[in-house]
Every structure is written in C-alpha cells, then in structure tokens.
Design a protein around this ligand. Structure first.
Ligand SMILES: Nc1nc2c(ncn2[C@@H]2O[C@H](COP(=O)(O)OP(=O)(O)O)[C@@H](O)[C@H]2O)c(=O)[nH]1
Ligand SMILES: [Mg+2]
Length: 302
C-alpha cells in the first residue's frame, strides 16, 4: 500500500533545442532513455520516463526543442511538445545560463497552451558559470514574474537535482501511481533501439544528413541462443545521402552498426545481432503517411 500522501503526476520538459532537456531527463532517471547529441533538434517526439520514489511517481515527458517549423516533420515535433503540455500537471521550462533572461517567441507561444499550469523554470548548465554569476541570471528571469519557481541546475554534473525533484513533487497531485513501479517507460524496446541508432548518426554525420534520416526497426526477433536479431532500415531523402551513409566499401555504415550495437546491448542487457540497411524515401519529412510510419505522427491539438 502506498502512503496516504503519495503523489503522482506528469511533468513536461520543454524549451529551445540544445539546452539539455534530454540530459536532464536521463540524469533524473539515472538511466539513458533519451538520446543526447551536441546538435540541436535531436529529439523528435515525446519520450516518457518514469521516476519511482517512496513518496512519488513522476512521469517525465521529454520533448523536441521548440523552433520555427520548416518541414511537416517540425510541425509534428512541435505537436509532440504541445501534447506533452496538455497532459502535464507541472511544466519545466528549460533554458540555459547563456540565454540571459530571454524567453524566445517559440517558447512563449507554446506556453499559451499551458495556461493555469504551474511553470517552473530550470536554468541549466550552471557548471559553465562562476558561482557569483548565477544569482544575476536568476534575478533577471525572476523579474518576468512568469514562473512559480526558478531552479538553477547542471544536468551534466547532476547538480541541484534533488532540489529540483522535491520542488517538482510539491506541484503534483496526491494520487496512486499510474504505472507499475518497476518500469521506467511505456515505450517499447524497439523505439529506444531505433533512437540509439539515430543518435550515432547524429554523432557521425554532418550537415543535413542526420536531419534527413529516420530509423525504422523492421525486424526484432528473440533467438533461442540468447541473441536478439534486429534488422533496421535507415531512411534518407536522396540517393547521394545513401552513398555518404554507406561510405566507401561500406565502412561508414559498418561503424554506425558497431557503435550502435554496443549501446543497444548495454540498454537491453543482452547480445544483439544488428543488421542495417539504407533506403531512400524522397521528401519523407513532408509526407504525412511516412511521418506516421516512422513514429512521428501526432494530432496538433491532441
Ligand atoms: N556544460 C553543460 N552541458 C550540458 C548540460 N546539460 C546538457 N549539456 C550538453 O548540451 C548538449 C545538448 O544536450 P541535450 O540534452 O541533447 O539537449 P536537448 O536538445 O535540450 O535535449 C549536449 O552536448 C549536452 O552534453 C550541463 O548541465 N552543462
Ligand atoms: Mg533532446
């Protein structure tokens, strides 16, 4: 039985690209669930992570960074962030110390969808500032009077995260847990497998390539000898991109396969046989049915 005042709720993490949203969720869960890269716009949909404590179950929703949309894919990404706000009991608006006190218009706009919900500002990357420089940043944001709380953290160095958690819990309703207390997400294993492959592509390729790429796990079979067979398609938009991804004599693709397999095995805690194929689907980022197929479909006003 749970304690009488046990709390359960959804907490959306929203903000600009690259401020550290996925790093924060992983740090809070003490597990790598959401992929992290040095490039913006890595996260494309909402990623659910469940933190189970003695006193609370916090369901975090990591979301794509808020940008001006250029492709239908971007509109879907913003749609995922909006749907996370709609479901949230509390909202973590994430920014980083270098932003001074600016809340960009893309973020302001989406916050209109969150009217009445508690907005907690998380100022990340405080490890990059000298202690004496942090207070003025907090004061500048406080003058906006938009936020119930302002919490400076370093997601990377795991600084001030306990404070963040106890603050968040204050804003959650008293409720029984929604999920069993031994699971960390409801998204299937194969989703995280595809995401890890996508992360390696973000790390290894430049320019438009990572942004033009989707990954689809087409086969996922448990084999008796303890190895899982995973066949995944890497989707690109042009023939020339396919050539670059594969590389001369297939070396580049082989490297992606090796790097991905190591992380997938760590994530699944078992051995994996990974087979990657590269396919061209022209303009998939503008194609409603392909976006849906690759897992990016969402109703804007869900
Ligand atoms: N110095 C510093 N870097 C961070 C911190 N949190 C995240 N980063 C880096 O910022 C980049 C973007 O992080 P990510 O979590 O993918 O950002 P997202 O796009 O908001 O999800 C990565 O290179 C992270 O390692 C932090 O607290 N301090
Ligand atoms: Mg992210």
């Amino acid at each position: 039985m749970h304690k009488e005042n046990f709390k359960t709720g959804y907490v959306a993490i929203v903000g600009e690209p690259n401020v550290g949203k996925s790093t924060l969720m992983n740090a809070l869960l003490e597990q790598k669930l959401s992929i992290v890269t040095r490039k913006p716009q890595t996260t494309r949909q909402r990623v659910l992570g469940i933190l189970n404590r003695q006193d609370a179950q916090i369901i975090f929703l990591d979301t794509p960074g808020l940008i001006k949309p250029k492709y239908l894919l971007h509109e879907k990404m913003i749609g995922h962030a909006e749907s996370a706000l709609a479901d949230a009991d509390a909202i973590l608006i994430m920014t980083e110390v270098s932003r001074k006190n600016e809340i960009p218009p893309e973020v302001e706009k989406i916050l209109q969808k969150a009217s009445g919900k508690p907005l907690l500002l998380v100022i990340n990357k405080m490890d990059t500032l000298h202690r004496s420089e942090i207070l003025p940043v907090i004061e500048a944001f406080a003058s906006k009077e938009m936020f119930k709380e302002i919490i400076p953290v370093s997601a990377l160095k795991r600084e001030n995260l306990d404070d963040l958690l106890s603050t968040v819990i204050r804003y959650l309703p008293v409720h029984e847990p929604f999920y069993p207390q031994d699971i960390v997400s409801e998204q299937p294993e194969r989703f995280f497998v595809c995401e890890l492959i996508r992360e390696k592509i973000f790390d290894e390729y430049r320019d438009e390539i990572p942004y033009s790429t989707a990954v689809e796990c087409v086969e996922y079979k448990e084999r008796s000898k303890g190895k899982t067979y995973i066949g995944a398609d890497i989707i690109v938009e042009r023939q020339s991109q396919k050539g670059i991804l594969i590389g001369s004599k297939g070396e580049a693709l082989k490297k992606i396969g090796q790097l991905s397999r190591v992380e997938i095995e760590q994530f699944l805690d078992r051995q994996v046989f990974l087979e990657l194929r590269v396919k061209v689907r022209e303009k998939w980022r503008e194609n409603e049915s392909m976006l849906k197929r690759f897992g990016y479909g969402v109703d804007r006003n869900a």
